[in-house]
Design a protein around this ligand. Sequence first.
Ligand SMILES: Cc1ncc(COP(=O)(O)O)c(C=O)c1O
Length: 378
Amino acid sequence: MKLFDVYPIYDISVVKGKGSYVWDEKGTKYLDLYGGHAVISIGHSHPHYVQMLKNQLDNIGFYSNFVRLPLQEQLAEKLGKVSNCEDYQLFLSNSGAEANENALKLASFATCRKKIIAFSKSFHGRTSLAVSCTDNPSIIAPVNQTDNVIFSAFNDINALETIFKMQGQEIAAVIIEGIQGVGGINIASDSFLQKIRSLCTQYGAVFIADSVQCGYGRSGKFFAHDFANVKADIYCTAKGMGNGFPIGGTLIASHLKPKMGMLGTTFGGNHLACTAALAVLDVIEQENLIANAEKVGNYVMSQLKSFSEVKEVKGHGLMIGIELFEPCDEIRKSLIFNHHVFTGSSSNKNLLRLLPSLAVSKTEMDIFLEKFSLALQK
Ligand SMILES: Cc1ncc(COP(=O)(O)O)c(C=O)c1O
């Protein structure tokens, strides 16, 4: 059997990882500032994470949600504290798309409404409703095309108000990334997020904060939406939550009530997944990684601003977009193959995305700055 060929990949196979570095099968060492699509939050193969997963595997790796899983309760309690969502409820799944899919479905159940507002350049995943809310027609299959999703311009308060004025009683939810990732590191303005909050409250709609990429401390705050000082009704997390172990979390405000059987999953919240997520939160706390993300992020962003080849530096913390005056794919290739640094792309062809581990050091970022400057010389 052959692989279903859907990924534009680089011809490198990664066989080992440690901290901010990965190695290929020939022993070449790469500085990983991409973390496999923003997934590596505490660094590759962190010893505490490895030990906790090994210990758990010695006991039991998996059981499903038909018995009590105390690890889920431990995770809910710890995540509630770290995220400042202690009075929320946690539903566990396996990916970012599922975290959003469940949030959207729950919003529709709770409001008995069908319409969802999403924004230009959004990316919310590839399951059916999540992809319908994603602003990329090329990945929406005909069966997922729907009039139930209304796209509005990102950060446009007037456009949003108009939709609510016309159809407010039909809106189940508004879904928004605090910082758009795939769309090219676009920050939702404080006033826009505050307006979403007030319109959702006024019209009885559910505010869903997609924090799959921008959340879990990456921005220098636990949720990027926290910059606007608003509380969403639902936060969706994944990526950094398991540092590579698949897990998604839907954090649900207490006014949204559960009903037996309304959501469900076979794998979600299993022993290994919860252990991975608990280990991640331990390390985030013990090593002060959210403060590190803010500090190192501010440092590298200020340095990047002095490059004449850089048009704009966007982002918060360790979610950084470097926008050049021209397409950056050659520079990205040069960074990988000549300078051994992994970076990411986005739907903005001129923009490089940096999504390193939250534990990345200033010294490692200095190495990047030096290699970036060499790659720019071509
Ligand atoms: C903001 C956002 N939401 C949802 C997803 C989907 O997550 P997953 O690929 O884990 O399903 C992504 C993935 O890139 C994302 O960036």
